[in-house]
Design a protein around this ligand. Structure first.
Ligand code: DTR
Length: 340
């Protein structure tokens, strides 16, 4: 009797011990793998920030989360990003909001000619704006971070020094920047950045309007020998996650990602600003690119042509039910806040 009880106790102890030993192992073994889709090629800034986010998340979750990245449109293309993530074709996706101007009305307002000076300020303004308005356009996803480019300038095969030079020139731009090019008299051609290298090569366009880091990252300095400085508008980006996948994450993993959101926005802005400088030094030195600065009267003439854009946007967005004037005033106030 005594021995049988002893045996049962010993067996119970062994089972308990085994459970205690195996449980943490089982938990540790349960890694979560997330796919992360991006549309442009790997050397471009949206993919550089993606790799940085991956590294930080894997480190801060002690390897519990593994992120598999898909640059270059290998999982989802530029315009499929939002719907692809909503449908779960990718767990996470990075999108350029300007490629769907009618869809992201509130956040795309950062693309109005409102003189946001650089990508760091742009990214912080955008994040604050998103937090304040929580636009319905993002209601079906979890937003992991947002950031912007540095201001856009003209990269072209021929020199653009005046409104006469830009008149009728085939230049690629998308989103709000399209209106800007038209206002200057260019022939605006719309396409995502991922389609631009081929369009330039085939002569479909004679240049583009965007932030200047692509002179190096996409080797545009090989064909575009002129850069006209206009420092006009930034482009907003968002990194979004499938809502069900987000809800299924353990709370401590969600905390890591939430804590990274603002930090990642600022990191990307700083990276972009520094990289634009590098890219231009490289372009001038290696490819003898000429940087054209417009003189003061010309600058006034060029920016005068853009004045109607913000007013028009305020009227149009108001008609769609958005508090458009307040949004513009918020962008101006936040720009001052982050660029005192
Ligand atoms: N300015 C936008 C966005 C953009 C700027 N640099 C890159 C690099 C890769 C993809 C998109 C972008 C544009 O011109 O598309």
């Amino acid at each position: 009797m005594k021995t049988r009880m002893h045996a049962t106790l010993t067996r119970g102890l062994i089972v308990a011990l085994a459970v205690m030993l195996l449980l943490p192992a089982a938990a540790a073994a349960k890694t979560i793998t997330l796919s992360y889709a991006n549309f442009p090629p790997a050397p471009t800034f949206p993919c550089v920030q993606m790799e940085r986010w991956k590294t930080e998340v894997e480190k801060r979750t002690n390897g519990q989360v593994q992120v598999k990245t898909y640059p270059g449109g290998t999982l989802l293309g530029a315009k499929e990003m939002m719907d692809g993530v909503i449908a779960g074709q990718a767990d996470i996706g990075n999108l350029c909001m300007a490629y769907q101007p009618g869809r992201f009305i509130v956040t795309n307002a950062t693309s109005l000619p409102l003189d946001i000076p650089d990508a760091r300020v742009g990214s912080l303004v955008l994040w604050d704006l998103y937090q304040k308005y929580q636009p319905a356009a993002f209601g079906q996803v979890k937003v992991l971070t947002m950031f912007t480019t540095a201001p856009a300038n003209i990269m072209s095969k021929k020199a653009v020094r005046s409104l006469g030079d830009i008149k009728g020139l085939d230049l690629r731009a998308s989103g709000g920047a399209a209106q800007i090019l038209k206002a200057w008299g260019a022939n605006q051609v719309g396409m995502p950045m991922s389609a631009t290298p081929e369009a330039l090569q085939k002569g479909v366009v004679q240049g583009l309007f965007s932030s200047l880091e692509v002179m190096k990252d996409l080797k545009f300095a090989e064909t575009c020998k002129y850069v006209t400085m206009t420092d006009t508008v930034i482009y907003p980006f968002a990194v979004v996650m499938n809502m069900e996948r987000w809800k299924a994450l353990p709370a401590d993993v969600q905390k890591v990602m939430d804590e990274l959101a603002l930090e990642q926005a600022e990191w990307t802005g700083n990276y972009m600003d520094g990289h634009v400088k590098n890219a231009m030094q490289w372009s001038v030195k290696t490819h003898k690119v000429e940087v054209i600065e417009l003189d003061a009267p010309t600058k006034v003439e060029w920016s005068g042509r853009l004045q109607f854009i913000t007013d028009q946007w305020i009227t149009d967005a108001k008609a769609k039910g958005f508090p458009s004037r307040e949004i513009v005033e918020d962008i101006q106030r936040l720009t001052k806040k982050h660029n005192p």
